[in-house]
Design a protein around this ligand. Sequence first.
Ligand code: ATR
Length: 303
Amino acid sequence: MPSGRGKGTGVLGIIGYPIEHSLSPVMHNAAFDYLGMEYRYLAFSVPPEALAEAVAGIRGLGLVGVNVTVPHKEKIIPLLDDLSLEARLIGAVNTVQRRENRLIGHNTDGRGFVASLRKRVKRPLRGSSVLILGAGGAARGVATQLLLEGVGRLTVTNRTPERAGELAGCLRKVKEDSVCVEIRTVRWASEGLAQALGETDFLINATSVGMLPRGDETPLLRTYLEALPKTAVVADLVYNPLRTRLLRESAEMGLEVVSGLGMLVEQAVLAWEVWFGREAPGKVMQEAAAAHLDCGEAGSITP
Ligand code: ATR
């Protein structure tokens, strides 16, 4: 257990802007209640201009730690004392740990995604061919971890091609020389994309397309999905709705699908390891999060 707080309730939280819709308080507080731990997890609405003061508050108030979300994941780095290897490689922080007066930044997003996939899909990632839709912060976290997992080929496509090129450039610096991996970009909605899909084992949506309130949208039209091999796995980072249009259409075509809820839960479970050095009750967290989502039509989707 972290030291440095007096008797009473230990406080954690998430800082972001906007933050009202975060499911993290629901998940973490359900876990504390389940284990009878005297901790509370709060949502802190921190606009960009207040970030430095908020970080000073983590030290000053003796918080156990915090999660960090949009738009602070990168901007918080210079305000911290040290970074984990993953946070350094990804260039973004989603979990802060306070050790006495030192603040250490971690990133559990990428490992959370991989843990979620491993629990749900038998197919190995090592040596596989992965295609990522998107080149923002979420794509960066997942792609970096996939490289560390030893995927054989990573293809990035993004609506704004320059960002895909930038991400591919960063990923090439991450890869160790010993790892044999091909990193490439293809144009969004192009013939090249259709060809790349034909050689894909895992398709991952790391764009925000399909998220509520625009749940009728999809980052990849059905005609493209048809180019995927029948054995491909389709994973969405979007978890709200649980059953995105991308996953619905993929499942209708007989493809194996994985929703974004697993990653949401696993990144929280990994944050517990950082803060408390103990395993979190993942099932309790998942049930608490799912109860807050629109799961009416979850049907055959594996959460
Ligand atoms: P996050 O940290 O969640 O990844 P982000 O950095 O804003 O957020 O990235 C959002 C991603 O979704 C980007 O890849 C973005 O594409 P652009 O780089 O072209 O903006 C993608 N995205 C958002 N809206 C999109 C849309 N309507 N069509 C295609 N891609 C979209």
